[in-house]
Design a protein around this ligand. Structure first.
Ligand SMILES: Cc1cc2nc3c(=O)[nH]c(=O)nc-3n(C[C@H](O)[C@H](O)[C@H](O)COP(=O)(O)OP(=O)(O)OC[C@H]3O[C@@H](n4cnc5c(N)ncnc54)[C@H](O)[C@@H]3O)c2cc1C
Length: 312
């Protein structure tokens, strides 16, 4: 079953209730909130107003007490500092309760401002830079639909992923010349080039606490080094799949040296008559189960276009 990934902007009652229901239904949910989980309801509206009402009710009762024959020693007064402290204590406790409840349902919470960065499809003749606070995901269900068409394409996910294992972002990097593809992700990257050659810029995965992986495929062509200087794979493990070549003998796809980045690795699989040139760590065709799954996925897409180049 497809596991949906959902980002919710705002952690008030609307946001956190939606997050809990979505998580209970099996979604992978992230809530982004700038002011505190619980929202205005907990922090400024419902909880503070009920606390004020409780205090004023108590004052009213105390001030009526003499009429009932109870001596109170004069009119009740408010200790504003204590009242404010009680409001913030209650609001904080309720916000923490809701945060714990979200954590128990495996809902991720990101503290900070978020923004809706527009529809999932971008098409332009020039360079494309797409930065997301959380995930960059394709919205089209059509396998041949190009999500991003441009010259150089740079995709950055600050706290999430770029594409998913089931839905790679489909790019076309050569719409206006010889553009390179670069990607940076807190978690993983899944990108497929549509036709022609793909020039690889820098790939950075796993900038969070978990090591990241990038799966970059070009079922219709080769993957070459698009950098004049510098390393392609800055961190994490990158798996490259091409129908043609991966790198050239004089211009290999490079990963950061182990002494600088112990986790930076690149592996490749070239089908057809393609050759692989990688440096400095791995240069063998890969047969890991996870890659077979990705290849099957790519095969499904490529098969729809050109007779199943990737089918094994
Ligand atoms: C004085 C008062 C008393 C109330 N008492 C009650 C009551 O007793 N019972 C009741 O049912 N209702 C009560 N309400 C109404 C209740 O507060 C609202 O209905 C409720 O807060 C709405 O919830 P929400 O999730 O839509 O939005 P909010 O509670 O406003 O939460 C929105 C959250 O999203 C965050 N956010 C917004 N934009 C962004 C962004 N771009 N990036 C990141 N985060 C963002 C905000 O910081 C906030 O935390 C009261 C309202 C008031 C004013």
């Amino acid at each position: 079953m497809l596991r949906r990934t959902i980002a919710i902007l705002g952690g008030g009652p609307g946001g956190y209730e939606a997050a809990l229901v979505a998580a209970q239904l099996g979604a992978d949910v992230t809530v982004v909130d700038s002011d505190g989980v619980g929202g205005a309801c907990v922090l400024t509206d419902c909880v503070p107003s009920k606390t004020l009402i409780e205090t004023s009710n108590a004052m009213t009762m105390l001030n009526r007490a003499p009429g009932l024959g109870i001596a109170t020693g004069g009119l009740a007064t408010v200790n504003a500092a204590r009242l404010y402290e009680r409001i913030t204590d209650l609001a904080r406790a309720q916000s923490q309760d809701i945060t714990a409840r979200l954590a128990a349902e495996q809902v991720k919470v990101i503290a900070g401002p978020g923004r809706l960065s527009g529809p999932g499809t971008i098409q332009a003749g020039g360079d494309v830079t797409l930065n997301a606070d959380v995930d960059i995901q394709r919205t089209s269900t059509v396998a041949t639909h190009v999500d991003i068409s441009g010259n150089s394409i740079s995709l950055t996910s600050q706290y999430g992923t770029v594409g998913t294992g089931l839905e790679e972002i489909i790019v076309q990097t050569d719409a206006a010349g010889r553009g390179v593809l670069s990607g940076s992700s807190y978690e993983n990257i899944f990108v497929q080039q549509l036709d022609s050659e793909l020039l690889l810029g820098t790939i950075t995965t796993g900038t969070g606490s978990v090591p990241g992986e990038a799966f970059i495929s070009n079922p219709g062509g080769s993957i070459y080094n698009g950098l004049f200087n510098g390393v392609n794979i800055v961190s994490g493990t990158t798996y490259l799949f091409a129908n043609g070549n991966i790198g050239t003998s004089t211009d290999k796809i490079t990963s950061e040296t182990p002494s600088n980045a112990p986790t930076a690795e690149v592996e490749g699989q070239a089908s057809g008559s393609g050759s692989i040139w990688l440096a400095p760590r791995f240069c063998a065709a890969v047969k890991k189960p996870v890659l077979v799954r990705i290849l099957q996925l790519a095969g499904r897409r490529a098969g729809a276009r050109r007779g199943g180049l990737w089918r094994r």
